[in-house]
Each structure stands twice: as structure tokens, then as C-alpha cells.
Write a protein that binds this ligand. Structure first.
Ligand code: GDP
Ligand code: IMO
Ligand code: MG
Length: 445
């Protein structure tokens, strides 16, 4: 137990977690809550993420870098649980520099594993080998990189600073990779010296950023600094509790913070679950409330539901509270941030799934079996929709919560009652000021 907990001081930390299949608006909510934060930490995932932030008319999409990078006073940390594509990271850093932002505050864990060129190749080859049962990955080499981490065949950021050790690691790992790629019909002849040079170059580029990040985060929390943890993907893509095998390869739930950032569970205070007012999913796998009709098309176009990383159209459907309740329990959510309510503006009625019917039985908890999920039928409740407001959303947000249409407030109360968690943030547009903050915590405005 740490000193602050012993003396009864609540720690100023806050985690942002996706409650669905990703793309809930974590980037927007992280950026919004990062005002006044001292540190933003990514703890899992890699460049498969796509987090969009809108500042005035400027739209920024970050894949690997924490969303705190757009705020000048925030220290951004990439924790050991993240898998790093050095080339992609370079592109993002250059993009931020071009927009006049400083990147000196970036800290990268020396323990973070590196996405190697053969990981991307294996990602594609494995997907092709799965044929019609493919996961629909982002093709960013995420699965093969995490597999290597677990198989103890990974290369880590700290290794880039030690030529002798790196050479030794490559010598033992590359022959295995060559055999593997050959067996998948994609023989890869890797020139070890060339790869070594490339990696050492990355080491030179990032050497001032590569550090042991766990003590930095720990000390910041101990000193009472405001530290945020930015989740990538979402609870339903979690390797253990998502729709396995149609998931990503990391723990996207709040549990991933401890192992992926190197801090103890007692240091996590608030956990904000970001929930889109409907549901979307990119890639393959079960999706009980999916709409393959005109309503689904409306959500796709009005919500501009196209992947931030791959540009793929997202599958769309009604809000699924079986999913959200799963996320409430697994993450210990202390509040919800409800996003994209404006997308439902001209729906006459809004359906919400409250349970599933599987083989004639009512099921309240999200099942682990994919076969069962494929047979699941949504049990819906219907709520009255609200009509688009005539004034602009920024003006509406300035007037406060009570100015929102009554039916929208009813929807929010309904979500609170059905999940047992308070809604702390209401989002009705992409911008920072299209947000209403109802929370009364140290993180409130
Ligand atoms: P993330 O992966 O969870 O960070 O979400 P993405 O950035 O991939 O996708 C969410 C998209 O919705 C982005 O384009 C955001 O700018 C946008 N967005 C976030 N909140 C709102 C909102 O309340 N209303 C609307 N219309 N768009 C939003
Ligand atoms: P953010 O952080 C939505 C999905 C992919 C695929 C599965 C596995 O923007 O919410 P992977 O490349 O990780 O091995 O793909 O996970 N996926 C996401 N879907 N948002 C994301 O991130 C995602 N990251 C991965 O589409 O179905
Ligand atoms: Mg996204």
C-alpha cells in the first residue's frame, strides 16, 4: 500500500476505457479530460488504435502516441504494455512537429516490445490462412508481436540502445521467423545486418525518450500529480473477456493498466467508461444488435462510421447494454461518458438491447461461447427519440444539461438505471466544447 492511500488521500488518477468494440470516442474524451492533467499514459495496444481529436477546425488522428501529446504541458508516456511500430511513431511525431507541437515530453518504456517488419507480414499471412474465418485485423502486426512477447521472442525498446545484446537477440530470433514465414508460404529472407542497422538508427532517434517509465508514473502519482491512463480498443476486444477469437491481442480492460503501465491497482481512482449511444464494430465476429438495414445505413453515414486506422466502414447497430454491463463489471467503471448522442437526433424511436434470448432462455451476462452468441437474439426496449435541436451544439452545451431535449435526458437516466453507473459526461459533437460535464470529482471542470 502506498503512503497516500495509508493516510487516506484519494489518488488523482483517472482511466479512460472503451466499453464496446472500440471507436467509442476515447480520443475525444481523453483530450477533453486532459485539460489540467499532468500526464497521459497509454498502457496497451499499438498502432491498431485510431483516436481522433478535434481542436477548433483541426482534426488530429493518433494511433500510437497518447492523446496528451496535443496539449503542451502534458507529459505523455507509452507504457511497457504497448507494442511499438517505430516507423509509425516517427510519422506521428513528425506530424505533430509540423503542427507546431513539442514532443520533448514523450517518455517511452524501455520494456515495450517492438513491432518488427516480419510481424506485419505474419499478420497478413495468418489472416489469409484463416480464410473466411479471418479476424479482420488492422494488419498492423499486433497479434504476431504480442505472440512473440509471450513466447519470449520479442525485441524491446531498451534493446535498441545495446548493440551487442541486440545482435545476439536477432541471431537467435530471426532463424525461427524465417522458418515460420516459409511454412506460411511467405518466405522472408531477413538480412540481419540490415535490420540491425535500422533498429540501431531507431535507437539513436529515440534514445532521449526511452526510459524506465514505471517509476516516473508512480512518483508522479505519489506527488499528487494528475495522471490519466488512455485505453485503446474496447472491452469487447479484450483478449480474455472480448469475443475471442475475434479480438485484439491485449487486455483493453482496466486490469491492463497495472501490467501495462507498471502501477499497482490501489493507484487507480476513477475509471471512466466511454460508451457510444449506439454500437459499432470493425472487423469480423459476433455482434448481436447489428443492423443490416436502412437504420444501420443511417447510423453509418450520420455517425461517419469509417475506421480511423483502416478506413473500413464500421458495422452499426443499436446500443447493447449486455455489452455495457459486462464492461461495468470488468473495469469497475465509476462513471460513463456517453458519446455521439447527436447521431440519433432524427430517430423517432431508439431501441436498446437489455438481454439476449439464447435457445429460448433469457441471458443477462455476456456469454463466452461464440456459438451461443451466434444464436443470440436481442431483447429490446424502446425509448422515444428526440428531434434535432435547432440551435448549434456548442451554444446548447453552454446552456447546460437542462437545455438538452427531455427525451435525451430520459435516455441518459435510463442508461444509468440499467447499468447502475452515473453518466458523468455527455458528448453531442466532435469538438471539445460540444461536451457537458456533470461530474463532481477532482477531474471536473
Ligand atoms: P476512439 O478510437 O474511441 O478514440 O474513437 P475514434 O476517434 O476512432 O472514433 C470516434 C469518432 O467519433 C471520431 O471521428 C470523433 O471525432 C467522433 N466523435 C466523438 N464524440 C462525438 C460526438 O459526441 N458526436 C459526434 N458526431 N462525433 C463524435
Ligand atoms: P481504437 O483504439 C476498433 C479490431 C480490428 C479487428 C480486431 C483485431 O481506435 O478503439 P488487431 O489489428 O488489433 O489484431 O485487430 O480488433 N480493432 C479495433 N476496432 N477500434 C480499434 O481501436 C481497434 N483496434 C483493433 O478491426 O477486428
Ligand atoms: Mg478509433
Amino acid at each position: 500500500m502506498n503512503l497516500l492511500t495509508i493516510i487516506g488521500v484519494i489518488l488523482p488518477t483517472l482511466a479512460i476505457i472503451g466499453t464496446q468494440w472500440g471507436d467509442e470516442g476515447k480520443g475525444k474524451i481523453t483530450d477533453y479530460l486532459a485539460e489540467g492533467a499532468d500526464m497521459v499514459v497509454r498502457f496497451q495496444g499499438g498502432a491498431n488504435a485510431g483516436h481522433t481529436i478535434k481542436i477548433g477546425e483541426e482534426v488530429i488522428a493518433l494511433h500510437l502516441l497518447p492523446s496528451g501529446m496535443v496539449r503542451p504541458d502534458v507529459i505523455s508516456v507509452i507504457g511497457n504494455g504497448v507494442v511499438i511500430d517505430c516507423e509509425e511513431m516517427g510519422k506521428e511525431i513528425e506530424g505533430l512537429k509540423r503542427s507546431g507541437r513539442a514532443v520533448d515530453g514523450l517518455r517511452i518504456s524501455d520494456r515495450a516490445n517492438i513491432v518488427m517488419p516480419y510481424h506485419r507480414l505474419l499478420d497478413g499471412a495468418e489472416e489469409r490462412a484463416r480464410g473466411s474465418k479471418g479476424v479482420g485485423t488492422t494488419g498492423r502486426g499486433i497479434g504476431p508481436c504480442y505472440s512473440d512477447k509471450m513466447a519470449r521472442s520479442g525485441i524491446r525498446m531498451g534493446d535498441l540502445l545495446d548493440e551487442e545484446y541486440l545482435r545476439e537477440r536477432l541471431s537467435s530470433i530471426l532463424p525461427l521467423k524465417e522458418r515460420l514465414t516459409e511454412s506460411l508460404g511467405q518466405p522472408l529472407e531477413i538480412d540481419q545486418e540490415e535490420l540491425l542497422e535500422k533498429l540501431l538508427d531507431y535507437g539513436k532517434i529515440y534514445k532521449n525518450h526511452i526510459v524506465d517509465t514505471s517509476p516516473i508514473i508512480y512518483d508522479a502519482i505519489q506527488k499528487g500529480k494528475r495522471v490519466m491512463f488512455e485505453g485503446a480498443q474496447g472491452t469487447m476486444l479484450d483478449i480474455d473477456y472480448g469475443t475471442y477469437p475475434y479480438v485484439t491481442s491485449s487486455n483493453c480492460t482496466s486490469a491492463g493498466i497495472c501490467s501495462g503501465a507498471g502501477i499497482p491497482p490501489s493507484m487507480i481512482e476513477e475509471v471512466v467508461g466511454v460508451m457510444k449511444a449506439y454500437t459499432t464494430r470493425v472487423g469480423a465476429g459476433p455482434f448481436v444488435t447489428e443492423l443490416k438495414d436502412e437504420v444501420g445505413e443511417r447510423l453509418l453515414h450520420q455517425g461517419m462510421e469509417f475506421g480511423t486506422t483502416t478506413g473500413r466502414p464500421r458495422r452499426c447497430g443499436w446500443l447493447d447494454l449486455v455489452v455495457v454491463r459486462h464492461a461495468v463489471r470488468l473495469n469497475g467503471l465509476t462513471s460513463l461518458a456517453v458519446t455521439k448522442l447527436d447521431v440519433l437526433n432524427d430517430m423517432d424511436t431508439i431501441k436498446v438491447c437489455v438481454a439476449y434470448e439464447i435457445d429460448g432462455q433469457r441471458v443477462e451476462n455476456f456469454p463466452g461461447s461464440i456459438a451461443k452468441l451466434e444464436r443470440a437474439r436481442p431483447i429490446y426496449e424502446e425509448l422515444k427519440g428526440w428531434k434535432a435541436w435547432s440551435e448549434d451544439t456548442v451554444a446548447l452545451c453552454r446552456k447546460g444539461y437542462s437545455a438538452l431535449p427531455e427525451e435525451m435526458r430520459n435516455f441518459i437516466t435510463y442508461v444509468e438505471q440499467r447499468t447502475g453507473v452515473k453518466v458523468g459526461i455527455v458528448s453531442v459533437g466532435k469538438g471539445r466544447d460540444e461536451t457537458i460535464d456533470l461530474r463532481e470529482t477532482r477531474w471536473s471542470k
